[in-house]
Ligand binder design. Structure first.
Ligand code: KIV
Length: 275
């Protein structure tokens, strides 16, 4: 059985150039499958707004949604480091509100850290959350909660100036105390440069191979979510196809009377006469 990573392992793995892997999960069963795998970290991402709740963005997701799903994942994955996202609106209003929500998520789910989106402008908020005793993972590059402001789901850091801003953001987050940083949707050269610029691991999603860890949405990598497939998603197993095969086999056998056979029935004599 794998050994659960600790916060200290993040820096250690980077120093040792030991790569690791990160995947989302939003419920008990999926979390227990990831827990049995070699994947080291789970993200209860606010992407659950789309994959679990059917919204078309992460914006409507609430702190209560995150706690509901986060606590189920924590129950299912005892040997995996677990991050829970702070949803849109839960940390932008004030530092006090951010600390209150981070503490609630940390305390009520039993997760190992929270993650929030944003760079330099969130340094004070991040420091306040860490001072309250909650570890924070950063998230820069394409930040889906503010994708409207970014003009949609677009590759970030494509100019010298915007790449420089991302490097500054990463350094500021490290300085603020983030123990690792998600970097989403940037050119591979920018991913490499940012990974070389900080001493905490860069967890890349669409950031090329020269980062410290890869992140992916479980439903995407298992071919389960048909609505949207970013360029950086590789389908590692076609679970949707397998599920459809299983569901249609169940339907066929149910309507033909083949299921349930003797094997799946309770064959006991019960006196039903005169009933
Ligand atoms: O919510 C999420 O799934 C994320 C990943 C895209 C990193 O934040």
């Amino acid at each position: 059985m794998k050994k659960k990573m600790s916060i200290l392992d993040f820096k250690k793995y980077k120093e040792e150039k030991r790569k690791f892997a990160y995947v989302t999960a939003y419920d008990y069963t999926m979390a227990s499958i990831v827990d049995e795998s070699d994947v080291e970290i789970i993200l209860v991402g606010d992407s659950l707004g789309m994959t679990m709740l059917g919204y078309d963005s992460t914006v409507p997701v609430t702190v209560d949604d995150m706690i509901h799903h986060g606590s189920a994942v924590v129950r299912g994955a005892k040997n995996t480091f677990i991050t829970v996202d702070m949803p849109f609106g839960s940390y932008e209003i004030s530092k006090e509100k951010a600390v209150e929500n981070a503490v609630r998520i940390f305390k009520e789910t039993g997760c190992d850290c929270v993650k929030l989106e944003g760079g330099v402008e969130y340094v004070d908020t991040i420091k306040a959350i860490i001072n309250a005793g909650v570890p924070v993972m950063g998230h820069i590059g394409l930040t889906p909660q503010s994708s409207t402001m970014l003009g949609g789901f677009k590759v970030q850091g494509t100019t010298r100036d915007s790449a420089k801003k991302l490097i500054d953001d990463a350094k500021a987050l490290e300085e603020a105390g983030c123990f690792s940083i998600v970097l989403e949707c940037v050119p591979s050269v920018v991913g490499k440069k940012i990974a070389e610029s900080v001493s905490v691991p860069i967890l890349g999603i669409g950031a090329g191979k020269d980062v410290d860890c890869q992140v992916i949405v479980l439903q995407d990598m298992l071919g389960m979510y048909p609505d949207f497939k970013p360029k950086f998603v590789k389908i590692f197993a076609n679970v949707r196809e397998e599920m459809l095969k299983g569901l249609n086999a169940y339907h066929d056998e149910s309507v033909s009377g083949q299921f349930p056979s003797e094997e799946y029935s309770f064959n006991r004599d019960v006196d039903l006469s005169d009933l």
